[in-house]
Design a protein around this ligand. Structure first.
Ligand code: SAM
Length: 308
């Protein structure tokens, strides 16, 4: 897990109460932790980290309404919502699904960056890039075209694992990611000709029409609720016959849900209809898992679509 975000209240006593409360929370004494957090908040009413932790504890205690109120206060106290209180509000059903706050995703992955590859590849058996690679080779084989791409864009490129998988097949890679620390790691690989710290939809919007032959998104769509705007933009940016390849987590239903791990899971019917509304033609869709959780494969889809 990444290090936990702490935003000081500016009041030493309140900060100290928060630290004690965290110790108690980790030891499982939730009621005592909630008491201390309430005291900290009395001293510093705009203490976002204390509100957020109180929200977590109320949720752990099964006190849904109090959890919702605390998460709302956490978001009010930090308008950028770096803790991701709104993600919990969605998870608790207090608010409808919408995209995650960019500052939350950036903070999460900036903190994750130093141990990202060890955590994902070694601990969770991450295999998204190699699954995408096989799927892209199969899609190209099916239309008897070589799997060689002059220009490719890697959405949510992270530390560069997808570019590493495709390095020999791509001449010029552009990586786009919200997290500056992940981008630093991607830069250190030397695999990218260009790297941008940006939201992936905004990054694609800045690209000219028909400028890429391949767009990848390995384990990145799990942070996007509504895929349609991104898929439409990908279609515009791809050359005719160009490919978009991505992984999603999925579930048995048709819609989009926010899973327990605070990642979106897109139903297969949703993915098919989103591709259709974006004007992309499905080349491959396979039920394959990109990572494990508790040593069990997380249900997933590996998708390749072409711009007609
Ligand atoms: C689980 S990592 C996967 C990284 C890489 N694609 C890989 O396969 O190792 C997800 C990445 O997506 C990035 N990300 C999530 N939402 C994003 C968004 N809306 N725009 C740009 N990057 C985003 C995160 O910062 C993170 O680096």
């Amino acid at each position: 897990m990444p290090a936990r975000l702490f935003l000081s209240s500016g009041d030493l006593v309140a900060d100290r109460r928060y630290e004690f409360a965290r110790d108690l929370q980790l030891k499982g004494d939730l009621a005592a932790a909630a008491d201390l957090l309430t005291q900290a908040i009395e001293l510093a009413p705009g203490f976002a980290s204390a509100w957020f932790t109180l929200g977590e504890i109320r949720r752990q205690l099964g006190e849904r309404d109090a959890a919702i109120a605390a998460f709302r206060s956490a978001r009010d106290a930090d308008a950028d919502d770096r803790h991701g209180a709104s993600v919990w509000l969605m998870r608790l059903g207090a608010e409808g699904l919408s995209d995650m706050p960019p500052a939350y995703v950036r903070t999460l992955f900036d903190q994750y960056a130093p141990k990202f590859e060890a955590a994902l590849v070694d601990d969770l058996g991450y295999r998204g890039p190699s699954l995408l690679f096989k799927a892209v080779l199969a899609a190209r084989g099916a239309v008897r075209k070589p799997a060689f791409f002059k220009r490719a864009i890697d959405l949510g490129c992270g530390t560069g694992l997808a570019a590493a998988a495709f390095a020999r097949e791509v001449d010029h890679f552009t990586g786009i990611d919200l997290s500056p620390r992940m981008i630093e790691r991607a830069r250190a690989t030397g695999l990218y000709a260009e790297l941008e710290v940006a939201d992936m939809l905004q990054g694609l919007r800045g690209k000219p029409d028909a400028c890429a032959e391949l767009i990848l998104a390995a384990d990145a769509m799990v942070y996007v609720a509504n895929l349609v705007p991104l898929l439409k933009e990908a279609r515009r940016v791809l050359v005719s016959g160009g490919l978009l390849a991505f992984t999603v987590e999925t579930h048995r239903g048709d819609s989009v849900i926010l899973g327990e791990g605070l990642r979106y899971a897109h139903g297969e019917a949703y993915v098919r209809s989103a591709l259709q509304s974006a004007g992309l033609a499905l080349s491959q869709l396979e039920a394959l898992s990109a990572r494990n959780e508790d040593n069990t494969p997380v249900p997933g889809l590996v998708v390749v679509a072409a711009r007609p």
